[in-house]
Design a protein around this ligand. Structure first.
Ligand code: NAD
Length: 334
């Protein structure tokens, strides 16, 4: 019998990351594209030493408590980790890691692309051309959008990605407002970003873009009351997590013209139902949670997740440990 440590992967990773992982450990992979069932996750937690997973897996207390004494860590291939019960993992001495930083610029590129697509109706224009609605050679009033350059952007959550979005906004000569639970003085100094309260941000921004993690304090942060504060010409962009926005309230806001349009990469339920009323609205630009999805970045994320797992199973403090308090419960062994 092999004495190599065992790692279970809930999805195949890019080849480079698979090769690195296999050079160190015995590796087993869930073969499908949909998430593995909870019963299987529990079974694997009893058997293996580490789990590499995606944000689609619900690693709740029940799954964590199924872990055997040999199980050391969960390495998530994403920066957000709201799918994992961190408290339960910490109590059980399980290390949890994520992949911050490597996806910042790629996600910010996408957030800004979605902002521009929403303002200039690019997805709608594509549908317009393909469906044969384009009948006149050039329309003075055809598919008119909102300007982006020189307008005001309101960034909610001025962390890594929020700041990278601010840099792009600066290049478009935009006025930058931000709201966060902590001040980001570096962004204020370097980018001219102005710290305001949430209400002011919502009232004064032409574009409101969300870059907060999903926490109890950010769930439905954008609700009916706050949507009503926004400008009628404003666009809401969400590349953070779906439940940060109350979709029912957003539908009302878009349908009744409280705001002008929305660009949504993330949804309250993923995949979102094709019958989601938001998808019936032309002023919604939709995408399937792909903001970090460039070929290079997904490979970097996978490699980072593997490096985190190697450190965990070698008894070290992994570079991207999320639950630092776990070190008191299970100190590193080397
Ligand atoms: P980060 O930790 O660097 O930044 C998050 C910021 O939000 C921090 O500055 C924090 O202080 C702030 N914040 C926390 N709670 C808040 C609150 N209640 N009100 C206002 N601000 C608050 O994280 P990041 O790397 O910039 O990533 C942000 C989030 O983006 C991730 O947690 C993830 O959910 C999401 N994300 C989505 C995709 C995608 O594919 N759509 C890709 C990457 C990240």
């Amino acid at each position: 019998m092999s004495d190599r440590k065992k790692v279970y992967l809930t999805r195949e990773l890019p080849q480079e990351a698979m090769d690195l992982l296999k050079s160190k450990f015995e590796v087993e992979v869930w073969p499908e594209e949909i998430p593995p069932p909870k019963s299987l996750l529990k079974e694997k937690m009893r058997e293996v030493d580490g789990l590499i997973c995606l944000l689609t897996e619900r690693i709740d207390r029940e799954v964590i408590e199924a872990a055997g004494p040999q199980f050391r860590g969960i390495s998530q291939v994403a920066v957000g980790y709201d799918n994992i019960d961190i408290k339960a993992a910490t109590e059980k001495g399980i290390y949890v890691t994520n992949t911050p930083g490597v996806l910042t610029e790629t996600t910010a590129d996408y957030a800004f692309a979605l902002l521009m697509a929403t303002a200039r109706r690019i997805a709608e224009a594509d549908r317009y051309v393909r469906s044969g609605k384009w009948k006149i050679p050039w329309g003075l009033m055809m598919l008119l959008g909102q300007d982006i350059w020189g307008k005001t952007i309101g960034i909610i959550g001025m962390g890594r990605i929020g700041t990278a979005v601010a840099r792009r906004a600066k290049g478009m000569n935009m006025k930058i407002l931000y709201y966060d639970v902590v001040r980001n003085e570096k962004a204020e100094k370097e980018l001219g970003a102005k710290y305001v309260d949430l209400e002011t941000l919502l009232k004064e921004s032409d574009f409101v873009t969300l870059h907060v993690p999903l926490l109890p304090s950010t769930r439905h942060l954008i609700n009916e009351e706050r949507l009503k504060l926004m400008k009628k010409t404003a666009c809401l962009i969400n590349t953070s997590r779906g439940p940060v926005v109350d979709e029912k309230a957003l539908y009302k806001a878009l349908k009744e013209g409280w705001i002008w349009a929305a660009g949504l990469d993330v949804w309250e339920k993923e995949p979102t139902d094709p019958d989601n009323p938001l998808l019936k609205l032309d002023n919604v630009t939709a995408s399937p949670h792909i903001a970090s999805g460039s070929i290079a970045t997904r490979t970097k994320m996978a490699l980072m997740a593997v490096e985190n797992m190697i450190a965990i199973l070698e008894g070290k403090v992994p570079p991207n440990l999320v639950n630092k308090e776990v070190l008191k419960v299970r100190p590193p062994t080397s």
